[in-house]
Design a protein around this ligand. Structure first.
Ligand SMILES: Cc1cc2nc3c(=O)[nH]c(=O)nc-3n(C[C@H](O)[C@H](O)[C@H](O)COP(=O)(O)OP(=O)(O)OC[C@H]3O[C@@H](n4cnc5c(N)ncnc54)[C@H](O)[C@@H]3O)c2cc1C
Ligand code: FES
Length: 240
């Protein structure tokens, strides 16, 4: 979904999200969070990439060119880039929507970007061409081809870490991949960040619908994904 957001007067960071009113229908009063997929501040063009899950996202598919949409954002804390070195992004399915803007920003600063993209089937792999056009190197793995197990992704990641000067590693969503990224960041002393997902109501810190647990030092702490996140240092993630 592509929007003209000329009225937006603040910068948008990769990993931040917008809280979207999916329809004017009173049956859908709660907004839905979507990450920034792409933002071009010169053309004021904001893009989202979303999977149709339930009522809210279904309603969004009914919008047509010229319609207007109520957006709250940009919200939350986004990703931070390393001072130097290459980035490794590990995405599963539509999770690539969240990491795409990060790849774009890193490439605009001439940083090398490697993306491991995982999906159920080759047909489910998203944005491979767009990422390649940005200059990222994309490696695809799928369940159908038997290449997407955690062990296969670990082996590929370790090769890239050792051979491509990776200094930072990023992922989102999947706790399987989150745990892997946590282990890799610890073992290889990499900067690591995870974009988390949670069900949200207000999106601005007032309701605690999105509360999750993170680890700070030896302590567990309850935080709100919408305000303290959605991006957290991977070392703080408590993954089930
Ligand atoms: C910060 C953030 C960024 C996001 N960015 C994107 C994005 O870029 N693209 C995208 O496709 N999706 C993204 N999501 C997920 C997206 O918000 C949900 O898929 C959407 O809210 C579903 O709304 P719905 O009304 O269509 O479905 P609902 O009817 O609300 O839900 C349909 C099903 O999905 C489950 N579900 C709903 N929301 C979530 C959630 N947040 N996590 C896990 N399960 C959920 C419900 O339990 C239900 O089973 C993001 C979520 C967060 C928190
Ligand atoms: S959604 Fe209300 S506090 Fe996060």
């Amino acid at each position: 979904m592509t929007l003209d957001v000329s009225a937006l007067d603040r910068p948008v960071q990769p990993g931040q999200f917008f809280h979207i009113r999916c329809s004017d229908n009173w049956k859908h009063p709660l907004r839905r969070p979507l990450s920034v997929y792409n933002y071009d501040h010169e053309s004021h063009c904001l893009e989202f990439l979303y999977l149709v899950k339930g009522n809210g996202t279904q309603q969004m598919t009914l919008m047509r060119k010229g319609d207007t949409l109520s957006l709250l954002g940009p919200l939350g804390h986004g990703f931070t880039l390393p001072d130097q070195g290459a980035l490794l992004l590990i995405a599963r399915g539509v999770g690539v929507a969240t990491l795409h803007a990060l790849a774009r920003q890193a490439r605009s600063e001439n940083m090398e970007v490697h993306v491991i993209m995982s999906a159920r089937t080759p047909g489910d792999l998203l944005t491979v061409d767009t990422l390649s056009r940005l200059g990222a190197t994309v490696y695809t793995v799928t369940d159908q081809e038997g290449t997407s197990s955690v062990e296969s992704v670990r082996a590929l990641s370790e090769t890239l870490i050792c051979e491509e000067g990776i200094s930072a590693i990023y992922t989102c969503g999947s706790s399987r991949l989150g745990k892997l990224v946590q282990e890799l960041a610890e073992t290889y002393h990499l900067k690591g960040e995870l974009a988390t997902e949670a069900h949200m109501a207000c999106g601005i810190g007032d309701c605690y619908a999105c509360a999750c647990t993170i680890r700070k030092g030896n302590q567990l702490k309850t935080v709100r994904v919408c305000t303290e996140g959605p991006v957290f240092p991977i070392s703080q993630a408590v993954l089930q």
